[in-house]
Ligand binder design. Sequence first.
Ligand code: ZN
Length: 150
Amino acid sequence: MSDLRDLYQETILDHTRRPRNFGALDEANCRADGYNPLCGDRVTVYVRLEDDRVADVRFAGSGCAISTASASLMTESLKGKTRKQAEELSERFHDMLTGTADAPLDPSRLGKLAVMAGVRDYPVRVKCATLVWHTLNAALEGKQDTVTTE
Ligand code: ZN
């Protein structure tokens, strides 16, 4: 189990150091801004939907290691997904980090995103990890206001 944890740590560090899909997406037709006042994380999510499918997704902003890794992993997981699948993934990710201990979510259902499961042990960091997903939801719903985790 500790080996698995090391692997998770390494993957998170890798995404923090070299975030994937980072930078504005000019062709985006959905976007939203998110802010986590507890930590100071700021993120903008850009999505290009084509026929209700995520054709491209990028993010920009500045935040802590966890928020950056979470955003990077999110963009990798979303490409090609339908809007509904993206919303389901968001719900599952949220459940993984905030679900009750009685009904823990099987992380294997989240694929690569399961590396973030360890964040659950650090409640103060959960909002860092979920910020980008809240922001994604707002982008897909076409909301204009900045999303905050408060
Ligand atoms: Zn943070």
